[in-house]
Design a protein around this ligand. Structure first.
Ligand code: ZN
Length: 114
């Protein structure tokens, strides 16, 4: 558990400055292979999402769940599991109570008001 002012480890492109998570071999924007680790806020806004309706038998995932793309307040986009109570909505304010992924590899975000 972290405070609402905690940080999440991200990758940052040393050429264009784009930040992202999860790790990739190079920058998703410019393709430059040189990246460095940086910290970013645990708060942000929902940019987009998908609802996974069927888990295809993988026991580590619930039968139905939402995966969100979050634009973090201090820069960077992260893909994570949404487990908030208000329901996914565009621009919804969310934060991650844990600055590290869970054992299943997913970051979890909830509504900022929770
Ligand atoms: Zn780049």
């Amino acid at each position: 558990m972290t405070s609402i002012d905690g940080t999440i480890s991200m990758n940052e492109c040393t050429s264009c400055g784009r930040r992202w998570q999860p790790p990739l071999p190079g920058c998703p924007m410019c393709g430059q292979p040189h990246v460095r680790p940086v910290s970013s806020a645990t708060r942000g806004c929902i940019y987009s999402w998908v609802t996974v309706a069927k888990n295809l038998g993988n026991p580590k995932f619930p039968e139905s769940h939402d995966v969100i793309a979050v634009d973090l307040d201090t820069g960077g986009r992260i893909f994570a599991r949404y487990e908030g109570a208000l329901g996914v909505r565009p621009g919804g304010r969310v934060w991650s109570p844990s600055a590290v992924p869970r054992d299943d590899g997913d970051y979890v975000f909830i509504d900022l008001s929770e």
